[in-house]
Structure formats: structure tokens, C-alpha cells
Design a protein around this ligand. Structure first.
Ligand code: GTP
Ligand code: MG
Length: 200
């Protein structure tokens, strides 16, 4: 898919503030600092459209972008604050969960997993929750550049094994690096395919 236009629409503090929309929407979610905002910029080929930071907790609102005038991307806050003082932590889970469960035009949630970290209970817990709620999702392993494929595969294998304990099929899985534009074509093609099949 060619990205012809990519516009920041607005930031919202709650899903109830998001204007009703009848075009397909895709949300990027995952722990803080996993690279959600960076992945959005990489996919859209815009360096600073979504705000990124080295310190976790940069994205604090529901940020909406409209692409090619016919689909939306949503940049969400992180669901865990790693390495942040307790006093500075904010719990974004209600904002994220409400948005995911109630947004009518949300087609697929992209769950980002940091390839560099050992499998995390919170990530697995979040995937389980999506499964229980029957929310369509796929997975993106981020920051994969420079990691040996055996390290990424070890992580992948763990998640696959855990998920197959509860479900019969695995979701679509992508491996990405925002630095190297790894995974860009695959993710955009997947969105393109969904855009062509969904009826809202
Ligand atoms: P929050 O908004 O705090 O939830 O974080 P986020 O998930 O949006 O992460 P963000 O995109 O702001 O990136 C966090 C840090 O990871 C930044 O320092 C990025 O430069 C870095 N980063 C993101 N993607 C990659 C990647 O593919 N490779 C490497 N090496 N660094 C990355
Ligand atoms: Mg962010």
C-alpha cells in the first residue's frame, strides 16, 4: 500500500471523546517504550508524526491519525510503565480497555512485544484478555534489528506455546525494526487486505 496522506487528527482522553467514524481503524498497543509511536512513524514514512521518547510514558492519550483518507491508525499509551518511579506511574489500562472494547470501527489491535525482553507476564496477560474478549488482534515483535534470529525465535516460540495452550490458532505475527524499516511492507499489506474485506 502506498501512503499518500497521513494526518494527525487529534488526541482524546477517552474513547467517548473520539468522534464516530465509519472507516476502518487499527490500534497499536503494548508496554511503554515498546516502540508503538516509532512503528507508526516508520509505517507512515513520517519521522515525527507520532511523538516518541527514550523515556517510557510519552504517549498518554488516544492519538488518532487518518491515512489516505480511508483508514485510521491509533497510537495508545503503554499499558505498563517499566522503570518509572511509582509516584509517576499512571494506570492507563481503563482508557485502553474501554477504547478497545467499545470502539465500533476498530478492526484489529496490533499488540507490540519487545523482542529484546524475555517474555513478560503482562504481555501474555494482555493477549489472554484480548482472546477472552474475542477482540481480533495480531502481534508485532519490535526492535528486532541486530538481534540474532535465534533470540527472536526463542521469544516467539514461548508465546506461541503459551497461546496454543488456550487457543487453536495463532494470530498473524510480524517481526519489525523501526530503525531498519523491517516489517513495513508486511504490516501495510495486512492492513490493506483487511481494509478491502471489512464492511462497516
Ligand atoms: P510510550 O509512548 O511511552 O508508551 O512508548 P512507545 O511504545 O510509543 O515507544 P516509542 O516509539 O516512543 O519508542 C521508545 C524508544 O524505543 C525510543 O527511544 C525509540 O527510539 C526506541 N525504538 C523504537 N523502535 C525501535 C526499533 O525498532 N529499534 C530500536 N533500536 N529502537 C527503537
Ligand atoms: Mg508512544
Amino acid at each position: 500500500m502506498e501512503i499518500k496522506t497521513a494526518e494527525f487528527v487529534s488526541s482524546f482522553t477517552s474513547y467517548t471523546d473520539c468522534p464516530k467514524s465509519d472507516i476502518p481503524e487499527y490500534a497499536f498497543v503494548g508496554r511503554s517504550n515498546v516502540g508503538k509511536s516509532s512503528l507508526i512513524n516508520m509505517l507512515l514514512d513520517r519521522k515525527k508524526l507520532a511523538k516518541t521518547s527514550q523515556s517510557p510514558g510519552k504517549t498518554q492519550l488516544i492519538n488518532q491519525f487518518t491515512i489516505n483518507d480511508n483508514w485510521n491508525l491509533i497510537d495508545l499509551p503503554g499499558y505498563v510503565f517499566a522503570k518509572v518511579a511509582k509516584s509517576k506511574r499512571k494506570d492507563f489500562s481503563k482508557l485502553i480497555n474501554d477504547y478497545i472494547l467499545k470502539r465500533d470501527n476498530l478492526i484489529c489491535v496490533f499488540v507490540l512485544i519487545d523482542s529484546r525482553l524475555n517474555p513478560q507476564k503482562n504481555d501474555l496477560g494482555f493477549l489472554r484478555w484480548l482472546g477472552e474478549k474475542q477482540v481480533p488482534f495480531c502481534m508485532v515483535f519490535t526492535k528486532a534489528y541486530k538481534l540474532s534470529s535465534s533470540a527472536v525465535n526463542k521469544n516467539l516460540k514461548y508465546y506461541k506455546k503459551e497461546m496454543l495452550k488456550e487457543w487453536e490458532a495463532l494470530p498473524e505475527i510480524f517481526i519489525s525494526s523501526s530503525e531498519k524499516k523491517m516489517g513495513r511492507m508486511e504490516i501495510l499489506e495486512y492492513i490493506d487486505k483487511l481494509n478491502k474485506t471489512v464492511k462497516l
